[in-house]
Design a protein around this ligand. Sequence first.
Ligand code: AN0
Ligand code: CP
Length: 338
Amino acid sequence: MLGKNSPTCHPELDEGSKNEIMRHFTSITQLGDLSKALEAAKYVKENPFADQELGRNKTLLMIFFNSSLRTRLSTQKAAMNLGMNVIVLDVNQGAWRLETERGVIMDSDRPEHLLEAIPVMGCYCDVIGVRAFAKFENKEDDYNEVIINQFIKYSGKPVFSMEAATRHPLQTFADLITIEEYKKVEKPKIVMTWAPHPKALPQAVPNSFAEGINMTDYEFVITHPRGYELDPAFTGRARIEYDQRKAFEGADFIYAKNWSAYSGDNYGKILCTDRDWTVDAEKMALTNNAYFMHCLPVRRNMIVTDEVIESPQSLVIPEAANRVVSAQTILKEILGGL
Ligand code: AN0
Ligand code: CP
């Protein structure tokens, strides 16, 4: 019998208003009080199985429009630690190809529309994680987050980002947890550096990292070649330094990442592949014995030399390990609100 809680055709929900912050999680700013969130993460790390009952008979559905290693495994592990069941769908492998534009005559090679697929997916789970990178077809669509926002609007379920077009908050939370664990001074100098890459990559990771560091009182410098300026809505109070070596001076953490251009007609383009921007031991020697961070996957000897990534100062593995803590802390919050 159809009850009050049965799925409607296209349930329209709020889009994550401030007083429902942990219904959906798409930006690190939704954590609210960062020190409380870091404390919650510490508890989760020390007591990974303390909340096994919370997720009992609850199902997490993870939807991937793009490839993943860390997000896929760490989020599944986090859900299992909370006693949840997990379903994973790679939309581009084995599911019907999805039309995403409304109003098109569907006579092409996409047999199903996202507007049916999303509420159907919502019927099979309690929480949905979505990975949907920027497509670089239309900057406005990317920066309006049209894919993940449709999941929020039409699934009827709490939705969290596993990297959407403009942000990767689970990564950023893991990065902040890692910095908290390794920092030797109260206010470390954090330097986010652009580095070369052969493919055009999204701005989601650097946008999100900048958004996260701007929630702290750490010194924050971003260095990149001219033309790679990010959206100031994300970079905020960061100091932009075009001389990478100068930026590295006195740094406590080097956070490397490639991104494609954001500004104007160059949106999504590669403007530079100069390997003079690769992070190497000579540049690391300019720092305050800085730790090296990268979200992974990383292209060795493009982004960073073998020597630096293999050095004792490299945090890439503990950083990836903290992805479980990050995802579990967020999932726990979401489950608490169900
Ligand atoms: C993706 C990116 O730069 O957004 C995912 C990083 C977590 N990286 C690649 O596609 C190589
Ligand atoms: N860092 C990160 O999100 O890695 P994956 O793309 O492998 O999930």
